[in-house]
Every structure is written in structure tokens, then in C-alpha cells.
Design a protein around this ligand. Structure first.
Ligand code: 5AD
Ligand code: SF4
Length: 442
């Protein structure tokens, strides 16, 4: 019998990847995806714990879905509700207490057991909480990838040993683990067979990748990228998210020498003030970051840079904040993500004195985002008049248009035949819109 699963995903690309894997792993049980809550026999919330808001959202969504569960029960239909991901890992028992109608709560390291968990629940054996870090490697047990877009994600590394003082990731995703070169190559080949032309290698600390090759040697990200670029139909390789301290000369050199490696790098710096970087436990200074950027630009002058920033970290003075703005001005970003510091229970920073008030955080965020917006606009405007390869991924919003991305990860639209989807085509950029470019196929 066919059943429907509704998966709602919050947070990072790793969560999006995990959601796809969950979908693949339950497909043999007869589940196909739906985006209609009312017809879902199984609902999975794949959650993010990185900032507070996501947790609040989870509980309000759970309430909504509980109502739907009751409605369906009146019609004699059973609805299983599962909470997965980092919130499940961090506050599993609280979820069970506050939402007793949730059937399964499991963390990011245990979703490979989803078929067994569903079987147990279906036998009526109460609710399940599974937030262990099992010995068995999750990736070894995952189902084979069943579908792929033109642009695909591939998790190569998971977890983090850095313990930045504000961050929950080392607690929710566990310690760093790198998949083997052969497992990654196999999945990459499969994705390309299924139509992928661009692969983004994912990891919480992706540039710390150190996986075993076929001869048992430990290899870095630069080697992995060079191996994957041997796949003929794979046109583009990207990776995220990186830590400045793992940005080796070899990876920088790959940006110079490997034409399949895109000239785009997401390299979070978080703050431009050394004092704050120290209390964040980042183990690098603002100037260390500037030096890495200089090296990257020497290797690949057109590289487009992206970053993450946190404003209002405990103890952040106006002087510190200005140092962050200065760093942004010095570097020049093509885009960036910025967040108000969010106090996460159990992290060292949440216990620090001199927490910053909400209003001041908001003010700083606005100022920082205005500067980033200016830089992003300037970067996009500098593309106008240039001709560059665009990898087309899908149809655009307006009829007759197709949408793809430039090598710098900007979205670009052009009036062209959908037959070009999946191909890298030279496009002359003619205009910029708020969040994308427009161009003509040349
Ligand atoms: N508060 C605000 N932002 C945070 N991030 C991680 N933890 C927190 C927190 N407690 C941000 C960092 C990280 C990105 C994924 O989320 O900038 O790079
Ligand atoms: Fe969190 Fe820092 Fe690890 Fe990134 S490097 S996941 S911010 S602890």
C-alpha cells in the first residue's frame, strides 16, 4: 500500500541532505512524498537548534499538526509524527513531555534506523526516543540515492570538534567524522548518473575533511576534489562550510588549478574583533582571516567570498562591532549571513556575563546587513556586461525564462529553451534584480 510522508526541514543544507536521505530510506516501505499535511500518514520535522527561534517554531508547528492528526483519526486514518534533527538531539525528553502525541524523537545520528522505528511504533509499542551516537557509521547504512537535481548536495563530513563557545553543533552532531573517499566517489557517480552536474560537498567543517582512500591513506579535501573532478559529466564542485584554521595551502591551490572547483567560498569569520574571536574560542585573529583572503585572491583573483557574522556576542563593545564592520569593508563580500547572538543552553557563551540587550543587537544587525547589502549589490552590478558560464537548473518564475547559477553562485535568469537545463551555457549579464541577475544566452 502506498503511504504519504510530509517532511518539513529547517536549518542548514546538511539538514536538507538528511531529509532527502530519510525520504530515500523509507521509500521501500511504500512512502512517497507529499506537501499536503492533510494526506500525510507520516510527518517528519527535521529541526535546527542553532538559534532559539527554530525551537519555538517547532512547538507551534507541532500544535498545528496535532490538530490535523486528530482530524485524520476521526476519519480512521493514523498519522505518525516524528521529530528529527538537532532540536530532537538537544531536548528530546522535553519534546516528549510537551508534545506527548509525537511518536518518534531521534537525533541526526540515528535516522538510518527509521524503518525499524516505524515498525516498532506500528506494532503499538509506545513512543520512541533515540538520541544516541551509535558506533555504527550512519552513512554506511543509508539507502542508495534515488533522485537528483542538476545541483546536488553530498555530505562528506559531519560533526565538529572546534567548540566555538556559542555553538551547539559539537553537542548535537557529535565529533568530526569523515566518510571514505570510495564511499563519496560512489555517491558522486550515482548523483551524476541521475543528472547532477554540480555537487556541493557538505560538512559542518568541510575543509577539515580527512578521509581514508582505497589504500588506507588519509587524504584532505584538495585530494577529494581532484578525484571527483575526474567524473567527466560533473561540471562544478563547491564545498561548504569551512573554518579559517583548516584553509590549507593545498585547498587554496586547488582554487587556482582546478577549473571544476567554483570560484566561490563560504568562509565564516563571525567577528572582526580579536577580543571577541578569542572569547568565541575561534582560535584565529581578524588578521589571520585577512591573510587567508589575500592568499585566496592571489590564487584565484575573481573568487567570490561569503561569510557568517554574529552580532551582539557577550561583551561586544561598539569598538568591537566597528572592527567587524572594518573587516567587512576590507574584505568585500559577494554575500553573507548575519545573526543576532542567540543564547544556547549548555554552551559556554550562554553563561558569560555582559550579555547584550535585544535592541542593541537589532541595531547592530541592521547596520551590518546594510553594509553587506551594499557589497552584494556592488558585486552583482560588477557582473553586468560580463559574459560567464551559467549552469541552468530549472524553469524560471516568468514564462519563457530558465534559471541557473553563475560560477559565483549568483542566481541568473535568461529567456531560453528549457532544453538548456542541465547545461553550462555562456550568458551575457544584462541587468541585476534584487536577488538575481538577468542575461542573454550568447
Ligand atoms: N547565535 C547566533 N548565531 C549562531 N551561529 C551559530 N551559533 C549561533 C548562536 N548561538 C551562526 C554562526 C554559524 C552559523 C551557521 O550560525 O554564524 O557560522
Ligand atoms: Fe559551530 Fe564553530 Fe563548529 Fe562551526 S566551527 S559548527 S560555529 S563549533
Amino acid at each position: 500500500m502506498t503511504k504519504k510522508v510530509f517532511i518539513k526541514t529547517w536549518g542548514c543544507q546538511m539538514n536538507a541532505y538528511d531529509s532527502d536521505k530519510m525520504s530515500d530510506i523509507i521509500a521501500p516501505l511504500g512512502y512517497s512524498a507529499t506537501n499536503k499535511m492533510s494526506e500525510a500518514d507520516l510527518v517528519i520535522f527535521n529541526t535546527c537548534h542553532i538559534r532559539e527561534k527554530a525551537t519555538e517554531k517547532l512547538f507551534s508547528e507541532l500544535g498545528r499538526f496535532h490538530k490535523n492528526q486528530l482530524e485524520r483519526a476521526k476519519r480512521g486514518e493514523k498519522t505518525l509524527i516524528a521529530v528529527a534533527g538537532c532540536v530532537a538531539q538537544a531536548i528530546g525528553p522535553e519534546i516528549q513531555r510537551r508534545a506527548p502525541y509525537v511518536d518518534m524523537v531521534f537525533g541526526p545520528q540515528t535516522y538510518q534506523y527509521l524503518p525499524e522505528m516505524i515498525a516498532r511504533i506500528s506494532r503499538g509499542n509506545g513512543s520512541i526516543l533515540n538520541t544516541e551516537f551509535p558506533e555504527e557509521i550512519k552513512f554506511d547504512r543509508l539507502a542508495e540515492t534515488s533522485s537528483s537535481g542538476i545541483s546536488a548536495f553530498l555530505a562528506i563530513q559531519e560533526g565538529c570538534d572546534k567548540f566555538c563557545s556559542y555553538c551547539v553543533v559539537p553537542y548535537t552532531r557529535g565529533t568530526e567524522y569523515s566518510r571514505s573517499i570510495s564511499a563519496i566517489a560512489k555517491e558522486a557517480n550515482r548523483l551524476v548518473e541521475l543528472g547532477a552536474r554540480e555537487i556541493t560537498l557538505l560538512g559542518q567543517n568541510v575543509n577539515a575533511y580527512h578521509g581514508e582512500d582505497e589504500s588506507g591513506n588519509i587524504r584532505g579535501l584538495d585530494y577529494l576534489i581532484s578525484r571527483l573532478s575526474e567524473i567527466i559529466d560533473l561540471k562544478r564542485i563547491c564545498y561548504m562550510t569551512s573554518h579559517p584554521n583548516d584553509m590549507t595551502d593545498e585547498i587554496i591551490l586547488a582554487h587556482k588549478n582546478n577549473p571544476k572547483l567554483m570560484p566561490f567560498l563560504h568562509l565564516p569569520v563571525q567577528s572582526g574583533a580579536d577580543r571577541i574571536l578569542a572569547t568565541m574560542n575561534r582560535k584565529h585573529s581578524a588578521d589571520d582571516y585577512r591573510k587567508i583572503i589575500d592568499k585566496l585572491r592571489a590564487a584565484r583573483p575573481d573568487i567570490a567570498l561569503s561569510s557568517d557574522f554574529i552580532v551582539g556576542f557577550p561583551g561586544e563593545t561598539t569598538f568591537d562591532f566597528k572592527a567587524t564592520l572594518r573587516l567587512i569593508s576590507d574584505v568585500g563580500f559577494a554575500q553573507a549571513y548575519s545573526f543576532k547572538y542567540s543564547r544556547r543552553p549548555g554552551t559556554p557563551a550562554s553563561a558569560m556575563s555582559r550579555q547584550i540587550g535585544e535592541e542593541l543587537k537589532e541595531e547592530r544587525l541592521q547596520e551590518l546587513q546594510a553594509l553587506i547589502r551594499q557589497q552584494q549589490d556592488a558585486f552583482n552590478h560588477s557582473s553586468v556586461g560580463k559574459t560567464m558560464p551559467v549552469l541552468f537548473e530549472n524553469k524560471g518564475r516568468n514564462g519563457g525564462q530558465i534559471r541557473g547559477r553563475t560560477p559565483y553562485m549568483q542566481s541568473a535568469h535568461a529567456k531560453a529553451s528549457p532544453d538548456l537545463i542541465g547545461q553550462e551555457v555562456m550568458v551575457k549579464i544584462t541587468a541585476t534584480k534584487t536577488n538575481s541577475l538577468e542575461g542573454e544566452v550568447v
